[in-house]
Design a protein around this ligand. Sequence first.
Ligand code: DLL
Length: 426
Amino acid sequence: MPYQDVEAVSRDDLRGLQTDRLRETVRNAYENVPFYRERLEEADVAPDDIDSLDDIRELPFTTKEDFREEYPDGLFAVDHSDIERIHASSGTTGKSKIVAYTDKDMQVWREVMARSLVAAGVTPDDIVQNAYGYGLFTGGLGVQTGTEELGAGIIPIGGGDTDRQIEFMQDLESDALTCTPSYALYLAETAREQGVDVRELPLETVIIGAEPFTEPMREEIEHELGVTAVDIYGLSEIIGPGIAMECAAAQDGLHIWEDRFLPEVVDPETGEPVDDGERGELVLTTLSKDALPVLRYRTGDITSLTREPCDCGRTHARMENVRGRTDDLLVVRGINVYPSQIESVVLDLEGVAPQYRIDIRREGQLDTLELTIERRENADAEAVERRVRETLDSTLDVSPDDVKIASPAGIERQATGKVQRVYDHR
Ligand code: DLL
């Protein structure tokens, strides 16, 4: 395994490395970012106070709102003259979160992305068809740099243009495809409609990420495309894709590249750490970012950690596949509902395809919840509806007011990017 030295290092050695890098990160933030200087002084922490990893609990959290308030470059620790790249991630509201990289940061990104591709089973002999969007989104260019670093070939096709994706996959014999899980499903459907059996093609691996997906969706992607589908995680504020990667060898959680990013999982309400194995909000600290050091970033992503060794030999902590976000919570008629609860119940049912949408409306004083589910090709719509209703009635505190069954591929697809599953019209 290339990169074995750092990825299979003993946990003791790893902790030593992380502590040194944490101290330098705090120093960089303290000395070069007025925002952090103020926060650290309020918390009464100086860089040299960092003697062990436990000291991280003394550090302040950073939030999405901090990025917005410090727009455009209040969190940068370097002058514009030292910046090599800028990306941005747009939320549904407010200003973009602007992120910057020095030449050295770009090298780190290249390295963690190359390591992620290796863990996914990609080799320097392979051709990677990169269907993540290029531009300010970190997906396209992140995969690009990592593929170049690994020495594999890349087709920088970007998102969309599905007919050409299928044509290239056939004619150029791509070994790996990188895209969102919803796009992988869309591509599978389009290929089927065109009478192309992707299972017969050389494609072996699909690297899915940038949005949540369920196990039934992964199984569908694997089955329809005849591939191994592995999960890649990342977010712009920390670096982009390549923070954590599931290994193809075990497909059992995503290895967080802990020499570069320090993970914690905290109770979203109290901010207190939870034990390994318990779910909470993922909090990440960069350990070697010069342009944009980030302390204890509240990602909003719900997961759990394990530090048990993996069958693949890597010692870095693994995170569970992200199924939901802290801000996913829907309050319907005063009752808390997470879309992931509905999803995990419904998508396991017979005759149900892994596509759904939830619409919440307010009619007069009353909230209503409408669930649209797609049925499989030969499934009977009435039987599917009955099954969905019965299952939800017995498992959820709020039953949907309306369950609609769409025909196969009947729910609107986006050709690129991330898919929206919840529409809150209130
Ligand atoms: O989505 C970076 C990325 C690109 C990751 C390509 C993987 C592949 P942002 O646009 O900043 O960055 O969005 C980050 O997307 O906080 C999660 O909520 C979600 N997300 C990213 N990867 C996964 C994943 C990119 N594997 C936000 N599973 C994160 C679930 C994911 N959610």
